[in-house]
Design a protein around this ligand. Sequence first.
Ligand code: PGA
Length: 269
Amino acid sequence: MGNRDKLYFGTNTKMTKTIADTENFLKETSRLTADLPAESIELFVIPSYTTLDRAKAVLLEASSPIRLGAQNMCWEETGQFTGEISPIMLKEVGAEIIEIGHSERRHVFGEKDIEEGLKVKSAAGHGFIPLLCVGETKEQKDQGIANETLAIQLKIGLSSITGEQAKNLWVAYEPVWAIGVSGIPATVEYAQEKHHYIRSILIDLFGEAIGSDIPVLYGGSINNSNAEGYIVMPDIDGLFVGRSAWDASNFNTLVRAVIPLFNARKKQA
Ligand code: PGA
């Protein structure tokens, strides 16, 4: 089974859940999704650093296949980097995915493509799944340079990993203007067009066999009324949800809504 035969569905809980909140959320989410086939559906949750240790314990207790990720990571293993968290530390607490270059990291905290590239390289080198997030701002979209922006983010962000490491890479397309409380969700046609373009860059970078098998997820104001539209699109391999998936019951509702559509699309392909 290729990586893109699976459906990807997960959430980054940003800075919204305490340890107790995360425990409750994961207990409930793992219980509600326990019957979903783990071999064809990749569920993941990316909570705050401080919750990871307990989060891992909860998932182990529930024998849940939900993968755990970290929202950021320093590329160095150890040293004088006040306020940073290293790959060794994230391994220690059981993170499997490292989210890199989320819009808020880039635009609130000023991270640059070159830093995202160092993080992707380090995450891949430490055996994590790097989840590189890319997306253009509203200004870049309006200036007609969305594709150029995506190409730069991908080419710099992925410049230091090997084809072999790219087999373990996930990418998320999250247009900046679509994310968060004032975000406007991308139309499904626009999202599909950008995913198609991202796919072409991944193939340029890693060749047809590897580039065409890297999952690319859509994120940005996904909700119960628009989720299904994205998943029927041929280049959208999964959904990376914020607010709408922070409630366990809605996480479950959303993923169950898209599974039959994803399966039907795969049958047709
Ligand atoms: P949102 O967040 O779904 O709340 O817009 C998406 C994201 O930031 O990944």
